[in-house]
Ligand binder design. Structure first.
Ligand code: NDP
Ligand code: MG
Length: 404
């Protein structure tokens, strides 16, 4: 079962009608910029946009792109969005039903860029109705990989990765040589604490942890880059996208973030995709696939770059990678559990309730507690595992706070 490789061989679908789930975020605003650069309203008919708290930006994007529907996920922001779009003829909706409405609009492409688990259900709905999915929301695959891939297959749309590492692998994959893939190599910048000791990491705050050396991203991904939980999610994402076994997924720390990931073949060849660290390249690739757009991002200057460095990841300082491997080996609902426990731990860290290193402890405790063979074959299985993991994570957080 390797839909990405199959779809890679199938060829073009031009994204004329597009919906952006999460248009006000980091990926969302980059997507809007790429759309502008690729020809804007002359080339794309943007059907629906969704956001959550940033109503001013959502309304401005909706007006600029002339969309049909603007949605805020927050019910209490409905009136503000309605006011901001009064007289434009743009329909307004809110909450879960609004997100579902946006996902079911007749767009042939959907950019899935809501952060975290809230992105799962609208993205699934879009996949089920056969939309082509440009997937930034890795949580869809991490927590509901089998369910999501089945929805894509049944809907009949294409699934193109937007996460830069997975876009890189997608670009390096030779569909006709699927059996000759030995392994994939995900690159990781190592984040702001690459050279920190565990003692130094123990005391860092969210403000320090969010300062990524190379990429500008949303808060969750930035914290996840510092803890390497983002890479942990990406290992599981890769398993589903490219149908790999756990031992085919390698992670290497590459501090410059120039090589975005690689595919190693059985003849000893390794094919890499390189570029300046700018998500607009991967976004443009997804939106123009299998052609390539012409967009203004910084070009690589090899002479100025001079060198590329690599180091083996340290799984003692960054246990997230070990936990991802454990989740991959255990299978079943462990991806959903890791993802939900990580989200709960991340919120507790950002709120100052726990320390940076506690995040991995919490995820490991919850994963072990839920290592009971439960499966994730239906959306109900996934949501139940997710809810249980959050409950256990909250208990573990409280215990840590009491002990501190
Ligand atoms: P951001 O936090 O920057 O943006 C998240 C988007 O989702 C915003 O539009 C936000 O609205 C909206 N949102 C927040 N909460 C909810 C909710 N409960 N329901 C519906 N919508 C909500 O995230 P990123 O753009 O960084 O990340 C988006 C996804 O892309 C994530 O899955 C991430 O892992 C993935 N990704 C991100 C990368 C990056 O460079 N940023 C790289 C690779 C993958 P508002 O802002 O209006 O509150
Ligand atoms: Mg990534």
């Amino acid at each position: 079962m390797n839909r990405i490789v199959m779809t890679n061989a199938q060829g073009p679908t031009s994204p004329h009608r597009l919906t952006i789930l999460g248009s006000t975020g980091s990926i969302g605003t980059n997507t809007v910029d790429v759309i502008r650069q690729l020809g804007g309203r002359d080339r794309f008919e943007v059907m629906a946009l969704t956001g959550a708290s940033n109503i001013d930006l959502l309304a401005q994007q909706a007006r600029d792109l002339g969309v049909k529907l603007a949605v805020t996920s927050q019910e209490d922001k409905y009136a503000a969005l309605k006011d901001a779009l009064a007289g434009t003829g743009i329909a307004v909706a809110s909450g879960q039903s609004g997100l579902d409405e946006a996902a079911s609009m007749d767009a042939d492409w959907v950019m899935a860029a809501i952060a975290g688990t809230p992105g799962l259900e609208p993205t699934l709905a879009a996949a089920r109705r056969g939309a082509n999915i440009a997937l930034a929301n890795k949580e869809c695959l991490v927590s509901a990989g089998d369910v999501f891939l089945r929805a894509v297959a049944e809907g009949g749309g294409q699934l193109i990765p937007v996460d830069s590492e997975h876009s890189a692998i997608f670009q390096c994959l030779e569909p006709h040589n699927r059996k000759a893939i030995e392994r994939i190599v995900l690159t990781a910048s190592g984040g702001p604490f690459r050279t920190h000791s565990r003692e130094q990491m123990a005391g860092v705050t969210a403000d320090v942890a969010r300062a990524h050396p190379n990429w500008s991203m949303g808060l969750k991904v930035s914290i996840g880059s510092a803890s390497m939980f983002n890479k942990a999610l990406e290992m599981i994402e890769a398993k589903y996208l490219f149908d790999l076994s756990p031992d085919q997924i390698e992670v290497i720390v590459h501090p410059q973030s120039i090589i975005h990931s690689m595919v190693a073949y059985t003849d000893g060849s390794v094919i890499a995709q390189l570029g300046c660290p700018d998500m607009r390249t991967a976004i443009a690739y997804a939106l123009t696939y299998p052609a390539r757009g012409d967009i203004e991002v910084e070009r690589l200057d090899f002479a100025r770059l001079a060198r590329l460095d690599f180091e083996a990841p340290d799984e003692v300082r960054f246990p997230a990678l070990r936990l991802a491997r454990t989740a991959l080996q255990r299978g079943g609902a462990q991806g959903a559990v890791l993802n939900a426990a990580d989200e709960a731990a991340y919120h507790a860290f950002v709120d100052g309730q726990i320390g940076f290193l506690d995040m991995a402890d919490i995820v490991e405790t919850v994963m072990d507690r839920m290592n009971d063979g439960r499966t994730a074959q239906t959306i109900e299985d996934v949501l139940a595992a997710d809810a249980q993991a959050r409950t256990y994570a909250r208990e573990t957080i409280l215990n840590k706070q009491k002990a501190a």
